[in-house]
Design a protein around this ligand. Structure first.
Ligand SMILES: [Mg+2]
Length: 409
């Protein structure tokens, strides 16, 4: 069966999250990272890129290139929150979601029935929903396999969609620079160039054996990629941890009362969703939570332990909504969500790295991840604290059917 893979990648993710709450920064060169000492640029916006500023560049050099550069510190808790929301959107279209970093994921939509199974329309819808619900843009690539989808997502950046249909693979591949191939870094690219190999078309002049002679096992991979072969599956390795429903409103809800009016329908929707997964509460859920996103995109979640058997109703969620609203009475609400956490996270030893750590450092951000390259697992505890048996946290999200949430809490 011809596979349909989508690669989604947010555009200058950290900077985009900062700009959404401070729109005046959109037109100004902006970099995210430590301003002092030996800090590096973790992300920068497009106005900054116009000055030649790039990710991983020392901040001192970035400032030399652009003295008026605005520098903001990383705000990982918020980025992680937006990341989880984004993954929850992905999960509406396929259970096969493989996150690569906070802002990047592969989806296998081969068996998705929405949009008559059109991966192109699904990718468009994902892009639309992320922009609508999260206020940032993503670029997407659609292709029959992972490596082509990833190249494609980069093709029309930012805010773009690039589709490589099976019958277009050849035309796309032949002129493709080898440096674009998965796993080809600067060193391999230089070696290939020395051999006069610049494009996939050049690479195809070589036999698999000849490439393996020069590049070892990697040579076989180069050979396969040049012929468009990449059978790597989209790997889902993290267990479902919570389930939720949420609604983004085209007109902001004016206040607490309007939110309460929406609770019954949302609770009903949650019941249906749980029912579809045969979750009836006979094993009690661990926690309930309510999430609000206000007009300024600030997002607040309140959760509480829940030890009863059965399905929680609107009355069970109402107190959490009131907590969230305690000091925000007049604020408009653009999103209301509620959900259950299924159990406390259980993490087997040696499980793959968490994308969300609490070291205020983006994992794998400054280096290319290689196949089989597993960083040590980092446990994660987002900024939350117990208040009278209720955990409150800001920007502490819940996935919409968040199977991808995994080791995160
Ligand atoms: Mg990105």
């Amino acid at each position: 069966m011809q596979r349909k893979i989508i690669h989604c990648d947010a555009d200058c993710f950290y900077a985009a999250v900062e700009m959404r709450s401070r729109p005046e920064l959109r037109e100004q060169p902006l970099a995210i990272g430590a301003a002092s000492g030996r800090g590096v640029v973790t992300t920068c916006n497009y106005p900054a890129r116009a000055y030649g500023i790039r990710s991983a560049m020392p901040m001192a050099e970035a400032r030399q290139r652009c003295p008026q550069l605005i520098i903001l510190p990383t705000n990982m808790t918020t980025y992680q929150s937006v990341s989880r929301d984004m993954q929850a959107i992905f999960h509406r279209f396929s259970p096969l979601v493989e996150p690569l970093s906070l802002d990047e994921a592969f989806l296998d939509v081969t068996k998705t029935t929405q949009f008559q199974g059109s991966a192109t329309l699904i990718a468009q819808e994902i892009r639309r929903l992320v922009a609508l619900e999260l206020g940032i843009t993503i670029s997407a690539g659609v292709a029959p396999n992972k490596f082509l989808a990833k190249i494609a997502s980069d093709w029309q950046k930012p805010d773009g969609l690039c589709v490589i249909r099976p019958d277009q693979v050849e035309a796309f591949l032949l002129p493709l620079p080898v440096a674009k191939l998965h796993g080809v870094g600067k060193v391999t690219a230089a070696k290939l160039h020395d051999l006069g190999i610049h494009t996939c078309s050049d690479l195809r002049q070589w036999s698999c054996a000849a490439l393996m002679e020069r590049f070892g096992r990697h040579g076989q991979r180069l050979y396969e990629l040049s012929w468009g072969q990449d059978e790597r599956p989209v790997v889902v390795s993290r267990p479902r941890k919570s389930m939720s429903v949420e609604r983004t409103f085209s007109h902001n809800l004016p206040g607490r009362g309007a939110c309460h009016e929406r609770l019954p329908a949302l609770a009903e929707e949650l019941h249906q969703r749980l029912g579809r997964k045969s979750l009836d509460g006979s094993t009690p859920f661990a926690k309930l939570f309510v999430k609000l996103r206000f007009a300024d995109f600030s997002t607040h979640t309140r959760e509480a332990g829940w030890q009863q058997a059965g399905l929680p109703g609107e009355a069970d969620f109402a107190p959490l909504l009131d907590y969230l609203y305690a000091e925000q009475e007049q604020r408009g609400v653009r999103l209301l969500g509620l959900g259950v956490r299924l159990s406390e996270p259980v993490r087997p030893a040696g499980q793959q790295l968490s994308l969300f750590n609490d070291q205020q450092q983006p994992l794998n951000h400054l280096r290319q991840r290689q196949p089989g390259d597993n960083a040590d697992d980092q446990s994660n505890h987002s900024a939350s604290h117990h208040i009278g048996g209720v955990v409150q946290s800001q920007d502490h999200p819940a996935g919409h059917d968040a199977e991808g949430e995994g080791q995160q809490d």
